[in-house]
Design a protein around this ligand. Structure first.
Ligand code: GLU
Length: 450
């Protein structure tokens, strides 16, 4: 590894010793782009990498809200404006009890390179709160969102920073957040948030975009290998918005999603979750119930449920970890390899621990695709939503879907080219990191040292 890269990784390990997720993502990205640093000694002179691991700005704020029983609560709000070199900061808000600086920073760092890959002018940002939406009433969610936006609205805007959804933040939350933004600012600036409802500027296909994009990317990989998606079995995780989108597209294309997971375990549906619209739409019901239990699916459709287990021991052609970070550890990676899986397609942000990822990438014949490329369709359609809002127009679902397909193909092809340029062969992980990094690095260098 390049000596400067190693030094910066060591520096990050020391400086962020209490932020394991952030250290992990920096290590992954910087190891992959080491050959670029070899080829560009000017980056060391500008100390570009140390600059890149320091967010341009990151702040916390107080979010106070009242529950239905009249009890007051205080949560921590976060926004990390990580890198604005290629566009306004852009990235989701995550509401989950485990949200902390390390998680927000890792997501903001990833987002910077992911957004660069989309080819759209978006910088990297992320935010959220340690608020746990599970079991909260509609009115509590609304009050929380209003309080959150009251603290944040001065620091965002269509040309400044454009939040969106992530775990725990969907269309409903974006609606309440936007309503409060509009009330406070007294202007129609709907480009300030993406993932909005269709009646006030949301882009068609945004709810499906991450899942659809992941399948379009998978199709490019399969095409490269001379294979077809029809009839393939897919092991997925989670049962949220992303997995729902994957199931919908898999249904249309004749592929079979056989597993879902939740905090309580996983389910196995031999016929396929993607075998009927009723099953797919039940995922929405499960999510809206706030119960956060995948066992509900097993009870409803009479399929096996495995409490406390993860689905990675199941035989499938394709594995798509689509739930959350660090879901696949070394022992799972070994099971996946032993099952002869050929396609390991990351979907959630950093779903694989670094040692497990290295192990999977070293398996002969296994193709590994990185999440920052595979899940970029979500934020890409957010970028399209920003364009539609700024031009006060609305594209049809077909138009957006067409653009999404082109973007996913371009991300795949750009990654292939970037890896080939450095003599790395068909290495999608290295290629995506290199392609995203090069764009951000070039913009930062051209804009001077700040
Ligand atoms: N949270 C999503 C992501 O990880 C979407 C971000 C957005 O649409 O801005 O990319």
């Amino acid at each position: 590894m390049n000596a400067y890269v190693s030094r910066v990784i060591e520096y990050v390990k020391k400086r962020h010793a209490d932020e394991p997720e952030f250290v992990q993502t920096v290590e992954e990205v910087f190891s992959a782009i080491s050959p670029v640093i070899d080829a560009h000694p000017e980056y060391e002179k500008a100390d570009l990498l140390t600059r890149m691991v320091e967010p341009e700005r990151m702040f916390t704020f107080r979010v106070v809200w009242c529950d239905d029983a009249g009890q007051w609560h205080t949560n921590i709000g976060y926004r990390c404006q990580f890198n604005g070199a290629i566009g306004p900061y852009k990235g989701g808000l995550r509401f989950q009890a485990n949200v902390c600086p390390s998680i927000i920073k890792f997501l903001g760092f990833e987002q910077t390179f992911k957004n660069a890959l989309t080819g759209l002018p978006m910088g990297g940002g992320k935010g959220g709160s340690d608020f746990d939406p599970a079991g909260k009433s509609e009115a509590e969610i609304m009050r929380f969102c209003q309080s959150y936006m009251t603290a944040l609205y001065r620091y965002i805007g269509p040309d400044v920073d454009v939040p969106a959804g992530d775990m725990g933040v969907g269309g409903r939350e974006i609606g309440y957040l936007y309503g409060q933004y509009r009330r406070l600012k007294g202007v129609w600036e709907n480009g300030v948030l993406t993932g909005k409802g269709f009646t006030y500027g949301g882009s068609k296909t945004r709810p499906e975009a991450t899942g659809y994009g992941a399948i379009y990317y998978l199709q490019e990989v399969l095409r490269h290998e001379g294979e077809d998606i029809r009839g393939k079995t897919i092991a997925c995780a989670g049962f949220g918005n992303v997995t729902w989108g994957i199931c919908k597209k898999a249904y249309q294309l004749g592929a079979k999603v056989v597993t879902l997971s939740g905090p309580d375990g996983y389910i196995y549906d031999a016929e396929g979750v993607s075998s009927s619209e009723e099953k797919i739409e039940y995922l929405v019901e499960m999510r809206n119930s706030g119960r956060n239990k995948v066992k509900d699916y097993a009870d409803k459709f009479g399929v096996p449920f495995y409490p406390g287990e993860k689905p990675w021991g199941v035989k499938a052609d394709i594995v798509m970890p689509s739930a959350m970070q660090n879901d696949v550890h070394m022992e799972h990676a070994q099971q996946i390899a032993a099952n002869g899986v050929k396609y390991y397609i990351e979907v959630a942000n950093m779903p694989t621990t670094n040692d497990a990822l290295k192990f999977l990438m070293s398996q002969p014949g296994m193709i590994v695709a990185p999440s920052k490329a595979v899940n970029a369709g979500g934020v890409a359609v957010s970028g399209l939503e920003m364009s539609q809002n700024s031009e006060r127009l609305s594209w049809s679902a077909e138009e957006v879907d067409e653009k999404l397909k082109v973007i996913m193909k371009t991300i795949h092809d750009m990654s292939v080219e970037a890896a080939e340029e450095y003599g790395l062969g068909y290495n999608l992980v290295a290629g995506a990191n290199i392609a995203g990094f090069k764009k951000v690095a070039t913009a930062m260098m051209e804009q001077g040292c700040f």
